[in-house]
Design a protein around this ligand. Structure first.
Ligand code: HEC
Ligand code: HEC
Length: 359
């Protein structure tokens, strides 16, 4: 009986394998299954580059991590950076668009901070050039953390835990500068570079399935999906801005993106090309959170966008087959690193006698 059942299973498996074989042979002939020398351009270094005046050291990273997770940085003592950049959700929040103080809708999706240390622009509209220049943004923004910087600095200087850390890591730096530098140092260490795709590049031929390899070849093929026109190696971004034709752009008072900071016609409704590493962890997608799944995103590009008004000239209907779209989705799923769980930092315990900066 047992033997018979095994035989049936075997026969079923054989049928399953044979029925997919023509697809695999067709693409195996067309697409290369092993990485080429050129594919190595996708390998991401282990360390993100740091400016000379903020070299990454373990102490600075540890201090930045404490600040990142400490809600007492915010005016009401209830919002930390990690309230929106939640480690378990790929350092985003899983919301369509972010919510700030009093649940105020902030209008744009929370981007991941993964690999952001490799990028030369920050925010969907690139309004900050570096992590050092970015960090004070959410801290001071009245809808996000609304920190009172002067009062915050007084608290940090009086709190022995932080005082010791700051003296050790940034001895000659005013505290308001040291805070943003420490946050930047920590964020530079949030890196995804060991996904199945990376393992495949490094020589493990079994790390990606054939379908995923096919997806990579379609993604990179200028005559097929041509996603590489914007999602460049190694971090899947050209650090540029494009209008990808989201439906929300046709609404009255639509978000003008980069154009609001640099009024050049091609930047109307253009947003930053985001990294695609760890993308399976950060749904929903796009700056307006309008795509619920990776298939929704691929369908969007396959259709050549929705709004055609000011759309990038690199976006055209692609005519991909269902198999091809599925392969691209499978490839995008191969870009996620299996990270070790994030260890929460030690914070000084609440001390209401010395937390006057929290209202
Ligand atoms: C209330 C939610 C919220 C909080 C709190 C918050 N962020 Fe953000 N973060 C966002 C949103 C939304 C954006 C995108 C805003 C935009 O593009 O206009 C963003 C963008 C960023 C970016 C740019 C990433 C990229 O790829 O462009 C970085 C870096 C960042 N935040 C770090 C921080 C740090 C550090 C803190 C704490 C000091 C913090 N955030 C607090 C919601 C939040
Ligand atoms: C013309 C440049 C361009 C091309 C071509 C392009 N992208 Fe993008 N991609 C972008 C930009 C810019 C965004 C962000 C747009 C926004 O939110 O307004 C984006 C967003 C995405 C997102 C969502 C990321 C997130 O964190 O929300 C995914 C996934 C994605 N692209 C995958 C692809 C795939 C797959 C292809 C090929 C089929 C492709 N892209 C082609 C520029 C491009």
């Amino acid at each position: 009986m047992q033997l018979r059942r095994d035989k049936n299973v075997f026969a079923l498996l054989l049928v399953a394998v044979l029925s997919t074989a023509p697809l695999f042979t067709a693409f195996a002939n067309e697409y290369r299954l092993t990485p080429t020398k050129e594919d190595m351009m996708w390998l991401l270094p282990d360390h993100a580059p740091a400016p000379e005046d903020n070299i990454t050291t373990p102490d600075r990273v540890a201090l930045g991590k404490a600040l990142f997770f400490d809600p007492r940085v915010s005016i009401e003592g209830n919002v930390s950076c990690a309230s929106c950049h939640i480690p378990q959700f790929g350092w985003t929040d899983g919301l369509q668009t972010s919510k700030g103080i009093n649940n105020k809708n902030l209008g744009r999706a929370t981007p991941t901070i993964v690999n952001t240390g490799f990028n030369s622009i920050q925010y969907w509209d690139g309004r900050r050039p570096s992590l050092e220049k970015q960090a004070s943004g959410p801290m001071l923004n009245s809808n996000m953390m609304a920190a009172d910087m002067a009062a915050l600095v007084v608290w940090l200087a009086a709190e022995p835990f932080y005082q010791t850390w700051f003296a050790r890591t940034y001895p000659n730096e005013p505290l308001d500068q040291a805070i943003v530098k420490a946050l930047a140092a920590f964020q530079r260490t949030i890196i995804s570079n060991n996904s199945p795709f990376d393992q495949w590049l490094k020589g493990d031929q079994k790390a990606m399935t054939r379908q995923q390899i096919m997806g990579f070849r379609l993604f990179s093929d200028a005559k097929k999906a041509n996603c590489v026109a914007c999602h460049h190696a190694p971090n899947f971004t050209d650090n540029g801005f494009h209008n990808v034709g989201l439906a929300s752009y046709d609404l009255p008072k639509s978000d003008m993106g980069r154009f609001a900071h640099m009024p050049v016609a091609v930047l109307r409704g253009a947003f930053k090309t985001p990294t695609l590493r760890d993308i399976s962890l950060t749904a929903p997608y796009f700056h307006d959170g309008s795509a619920r799944t990776l298939m929704d995103v691929v369908e969007h590009f396959d259709q050549g966008g929705k709004s055609q008004h000011d759309i990038s000239s690199s976006i055209k209907p692609l005519g991909l087959s269902l198999e091809e779209k599925q392969a691209i989705v499978a490839f995008l799923q191969a870009l996620t690193t299996d990270h070790a769980p994030v260890v929460l930092p030690k914070l000084p315990p609440p001390n209401p006698l010395n937390e006057q900066h929290v209202k």
